[in-house]
Ligand binder design. Structure first.
Ligand SMILES: Cc1ncc(COP(=O)(O)O)c(C=O)c1O
Length: 387
């Protein structure tokens, strides 16, 4: 069978591949501890479950509007007004089966064949592949040597005739870095000067740990509202990964294009899941705060235990639920080999930094129990000491 050039150019998600490998080893009876998946281990909030059950009982089992039920879109507008003081109308909001398809659709709508899209590395695994799916090319601006924040001159250096837009992810997967207002203002300023669009993926915005605070780009630079697409969703904040609900807010014309794509692609996200997300947005604030506090404790334990290991350097993440240690000084500086050996010898699964354009680093998710963190970090220390 001959496959298309397009599909041959797409790599499978490294994070999902590693969690699948860890799951397979577990199924064989191996005592695997996985730090690879990017999903909260908490149950979905009761408010979401109840709303979903009620929706099933009411018979909400038909196609919904492509952009999502009006109630959920209005609720997203209310949320953005209350949380960020931003005014969006319901026709500027689109709901999809997760943030992933929204990013895909946005890139299809914004990038032409051969266009370049700026990514700040370390960058989440799916951006680059989705840029390729749109026929575009990534232009990577490294931030490892600049304390995980891009500098203006490096960003400007990366911009050329074919640059179409910039993707920002704050809080960041994989580093947990949060972009401060001045960095966001700088990026917005450059985007304005070069007429670029910005995708601002803030799916981890509810997970910021004091004293760090999440900043929405439009609070830092309100003047770029007509060139910014905000991406958010229920997966991370409400522990609702499996329900598959994401939402995006942006200029009306862009949302219409995304909706056009959705009419041919998804029709609508699962009707019941939309009602569940509405329940979460209306009634799960306490759950969000409970989870955030719990993640903060786990973050401290993981960082402390990593700092107690030889060769490892680690920066305390400010948000999301990942720690991104630097192993470049260890006897196995190759992160791919390191992860393979750690999994084979200690049954601990982490994601190699190479998947995020950051060779020599590892990503550990702390969205797992404290017990798993303590046992996994103890095994990791034994591994480091054996090198
Ligand atoms: C940075 C980032 N954006 C978007 C997503 C997609 O989330 P979902 O499709 O579950 O809404 C993820 C999930 O891992 C992520 O880490």
């Amino acid at each position: 069978m001959n496959f298309s050039k397009r599909i041959m150019n797409i790599k499978p998600s490294a994070t999902l591949s590693i969690s699948d490998k860890a799951k397979a080893m577990k199924a064989e009876g191996k005592p695997v501890l996985s730090f690879s998946a990017g999903e909260p281990d908490f149950k979905s909030p009761e408010a979401a479950n109840t709303a979903a059950i009620e929706a099933i009982r009411r018979g909400e089992s038909h196609y919904t509007p492509t952009s999502g039920i009006a109630e959920l879109r209005s609720e997203v507008c209310r949320y953005y007004k209350e949380r960020f003081g931003l005014d969006y109308a319901p026709n500027q909001v689109t709901v999809a089966p997760g943030a992933k398809p929204l990013l895909y659709e946005a890139l299809q709508a914004l990038a032409d064949e051969g266009d370049e899209v700026i990514l700040f590395a370390p960058a989440w695994v799916s951006y680059v592949e989705q840029i390729h799916m749109a026929g575009g090319k990534e232009k990577v601006v490294d931030t490892i040597s600049t304390d995980l924040l891009p500098l203006r001159e490096k960003l400007e250096e990366a911009i050329g005739k074919k640059t179409a837009g910039i993707i920002i992810n704050s809080p960041s997967n994989p580093t947990g870095a949060i972009y401060p207002a001045e960095t966001l203002r700088m990026i917005a300023d450059v985007a304005k000067e070069h007429d670029l669009w910005i995708i601002f993926d803030e799916i981890y915005e509810r997970l910021a740990y004091e004293p760090a605070k999440h900043v929405n780009i439009l609070n830092a630079a309100p003047e770029v509202k007509d060139r910014v697409l905000l991406i958010n969703g229920a997966s991370k904040a409400y522990a609702m990964t499996g329900w598959r609900i994401g939402y995006a807010l942006g200029p009306k014309e862009l949302m219409a294009k995304i909706n056009t794509l959705q009419t041919h692609l998804t029709s609508n996200p699962c009707s019941i899941a939309q009602w569940a997300a509405l329940g979460a947005l209306r009634g799960a604030e306490d759950d969000v705060e409970m989870m955030r506090r719990e993640f903060a404790k786990r973050r401290s334990v993981m960082v402390e235990m990593l700092r107690d290991m030889p060769y490892i350097r680690v920066k305390e993440p400010e948000g999301a639920f990942y720690v991104f240690p630097d192993i470049r000084n260890c006897p196995i500086p190759d992160d791919m080999e390191f992860c393979a050996r750690l999994l084979e010898s200690k049954y601990v699964a982490a994601v190699p930094g190479t998947a995020f354009f950051a060779p020599g680093f590892l990503r550990f998710s702390y969205a797992c129990s404290m017990e798993t963190i303590k046992e996994g970090m103890t095994r990791m220390k034994e591994f480091m000491e054996s090198l």
